[in-house]
Design a protein around this ligand. Structure first.
Ligand code: AMP
Length: 395
């Protein structure tokens, strides 16, 4: 029997979705709404290869989701709302509570809300998405798929911070890791493409506007660069990544900034944007650096250097490396970043083929590279849709 399942990936002011027929995994519609809450919101979607755009203000998530459902009905992708039997939501932080996806109930919603303090950019909008779907598709089963769950196999030596133990025991302050559906997809897809032996020790580099690296041993996460929150790890578009923790009280005292202002600065004004003063987008930095802009070059250099450091560290976690995968917006499209990252990793047996790299080919390693290097487009939505199906079968 085939079922229609929606996979929802909501960001701070955006919503991406795919409607699948499962278990065939056929995508009926994919789409995204950007700038929700602003007069310039825009809905773009693809049905049977045909792209359409709808520019209309959408004041909130409920209006945005209502627009999606009306579009699905108007285009006869569905004839009735009841055809969608499950909706899977990507949820940023599952904290200590969730090591696997769950069917949403009142308790799950309360916990997502409680954890909003740890993921202020995402958990609140994820919850808005759930509530809007509950209202608009009351017959569908809502499923929460946590960004943190894939990382529940990280060992204590890698997830503990060296703080007084009670912060961990009583308050759950530890590394969690994020981008779980993406890293999980990469682990599975790489094993399918290259075989289990070739992907025994794998590093997945999810390089998008947010970014994280994960060390994966036989398909299981053993370390990941984001931490207690998605602010940690490598430099990101506008997020700082790892910094000396003493910088925070120093800034608060020196510039009379409260914790809210500091959090804003670290999440929105830092990273590639803060370093370059130009943009959070690698394309702009590449362009500016070519014109001789030194801060754009600096941002690129810091970015590549930090990724190299994590690859070195994770090769130690994995006691060697078989495959390195690049994914997400930058990982999939920026030959420059991949080349900058790999050029000093010859000591690990990593060597790129410049032409394959420039072409964003699936395999971009040189013939004499000991390590396989791959570019694999991520697909978080299919992981979400599979999780919904698995839970519906159990229910
Ligand atoms: P994501 O968060 O995965 O959607 O990635 C978004 C980021 O990917 C953008 O901010 C850019 O830095 C980068 N990006 C997207 N397309 C390209 C491209 N064609 N070339 C280089 N970088 C790109």
């Amino acid at each position: 029997m085939s079922e229609k399942i929606l996979a929802i990936n909501s960001g701070s002011s955006s919503l991406k979705f795919k409607l699948y027929i499962m278990p065939a995994e056929t995508v009926l519609v994919s789409g995204q709404i950007e700038r929700i809450g602003q007069p310039s919101s825009e809905f773009s979607y693809t049905i049977a290869g045909k792209k359409s755009k709808l520019a209309q203000p959408m004041k909130d998530y409920e209006t945005a989701i209502q627009t999606v459902i009306e579009t699905l009905l108007a285009s006869h992708v569905i004839e009735s709302k009841h055809e969608i039997i499950g909706v899977g939501h990507r949820i940023s932080h599952g904290g200590r509570y969730y090591t696997k996806p769950v069917i949403v109930d009142e308790d799950v919603k309360a916990k997502i809300d409680e954890l909003a303090v740890l993921s202020p950019l995402h958990n609140p909008v994820n919850l808005l998405g759930i509530k809007a779907f509950e209202k608009l598709l009351p017959d569908a089963t809502e499923v929460a798929v946590f960004d943190t769950s894939f990382h529940h196999t990280i060992p204590a030596k890698a997830y503990m911070y060296a703080l007084p133990y009670s912060y961990y025991k009583d308050h759950g302050i530890r590394r969690y890791g994020f981008h779980g559906p993406s890293h999980e997809y990469i682990a599975e897809k790489a094993a399918e493409l290259f075989g289990k032996q070739q992907t025994h020790r794998l590093i997945s580099c999810h390089l998008g506007n947010g970014g994280s690296l994960t060390a994966i041993l036989d398909g299981h996460s053993v370390n990941s660069s984001m931490g207690f929150t998605p602010l940690a790890g490598i430099v990101m578009g506008t997020r700082s990544g790892d910094i000396d923790p003493e910088i925070i009280p120093f800034i608060e005292e020196e510039f009379q900034m409260d914790s809210h202002a500091v959090r804003e600065m670290l999440n929105h004004d830092s990273g590639l944007q803060g370093l370059s003063g130009i943009s959070n987008d690698i394309r702009d930095l590449d362009e500016a650096a070519k014109q001789g802009n030194q801060r754009a070059q600096l941002a690129l250099d810091v970015y590549a250097h930090q990724i190299q450091q994590y690859i070195g560290a994770y090769t130690t976690d994995l006691e060697g490396l078989d495959t390195l995968v690049f994914t997400a917006g930058i990982g999939e499209h920026s030959a420059l970043v991949r080349q900058m990252v790999c050029e000093r990793l010859g000591y690990l047996g990593i060597k790129l083929d410049p032409e394959k790299n420039a072409a964003n080919a699936l395999s971009i390693e040189a013939a004499d590279s000991r390590v396989k290097v791959a570019v694999i487009p991520t697909d978080e939505e299919i992981v979400i849709a599979r999780d919904v199906m698995a839970l519906l079968k159990e229910a």
